[in-house]
Design a protein around this ligand. Structure first.
Ligand SMILES: Cc1cc2nc3c(=O)[nH]c(=O)nc-3n(C[C@H](O)[C@H](O)[C@H](O)COP(=O)(O)OP(=O)(O)OC[C@H]3O[C@@H](n4cnc5c(N)ncnc54)[C@H](O)[C@@H]3O)c2cc1C
Length: 231
């Protein structure tokens, strides 16, 4: 199974994919009763079926790209899901903290992550009027954050142990608690997701997951991927 280790405890695993670049051509040729012929030049098609694939992509005849898709299992902080689940047209199943306690894993960023320069990204910038961040200050703050996570786990566990319902006890946790989900979408949808979430304007954490999905798509649908990446 293709798997990427991401952040401190996260991962993205390919569960399955369906379709190929050839299937996209076959779907498009339903309109004329034909099928996939060749990626090499043939009679009347100097670019082979690569010409049709390029035409579909550049002219936004997008439905044939819906004939393929991918399912992933994702382990990520809840803060990443807050962004991901805004992609309303994907399908999700997530762990329920009402039915089972969430394992004690919280995302602690690295000092380097905190120091990433905001460069042209307003959302990533420090609060106006804040001190200029130093590595020492970031380190100290991250230790405070870890202490908070330890305390929040203690409050969560003590609530669970004294019989507080799981759905209420989870109020002790922060949005950096890890959770797990499966997500499914067709190829067209994934490419729209990647346009938004591989972009440098997207938050660094979700971008790590998007980049991993991009690697899977590049391997599985290499011709579509090179059209997607073409400037
Ligand atoms: C860098 C970045 C910053 C963001 N910041 C914020 C923020 O501060 N606050 C915030 O709330 N969100 C924010 N978002 C989320 C953003 O507004 C979108 O909700 C998210 O990117 C999902 O995109 P989408 O709607 O295209 O995807 P999907 O929900 O998967 O929809 C796919 C497509 O289906 C169509 N569609 C789906 N639902 C509707 C509908 N109800 N009406 C009409 N057409 C529909 C649209 O064509 C849409 O593009 C941010 C996103 C990014 C990438």
């Amino acid at each position: 199974m293709t798997e990427f280790k991401l952040l401190d405890h996260g991962y993205l695993k390919l569960v399955e994919s369906w379709g190929t670049d050839e299937r996209i051509i076959e779907a498009a040729r339903m309109s004329t009763g034909g099928g996939f012929v060749s990626w090499e030049p043939y009679d009347g098609h100097p670019k082979g079926d690569a010409g049709l694939l390029e035409f579909l992509w550049t002219k936004k005849h997008a439905t044939p790209f819906e004939m393929c898709g991918l399912v992933f299992e994702v382990h990520a902080p809840i803060s990443v899901y807050r962004e991901w689940h805004r992609h309303r047209t994907q399908s999700y199943n997530e762990a329920s903290a009402r039915y089972a306690p969430l394992p004690s894993l919280d995302y602690v960023p690295t000092v380097d992550r905190c120091m990433i320069a905001a460069e042209k990204n307003k959302q990533a910038a420090a609060m106006e009027g804040a001190d200029e961040l130093t590595a020492d200050a970031a380190y100290r703050w991250l230790r405070d954050l870890e202490e908070l996570f330890n305390h929040s786990q203690r409050v969560y566990s003590s609530g669970l142990n004294c019989g507080i319902p799981k759905e209420i006890a989870r109020g002790a946790l922060t949005v950096h608690r890890y959770s797990k989900m499966r997500v499914s979408a067709n190829l067209r949808n994934w490419l729209a997701f990647l346009t938004l979430r591989m972009d440098t304007n997207a938050q660094w954490e979700i971008r790590q997951y998007a980049n991993a999905i991009g690697e899977v798509i590049a391997q599985t649908f290499p011709r579509t991927w090179s059209l997607f990446k073409k400037p």
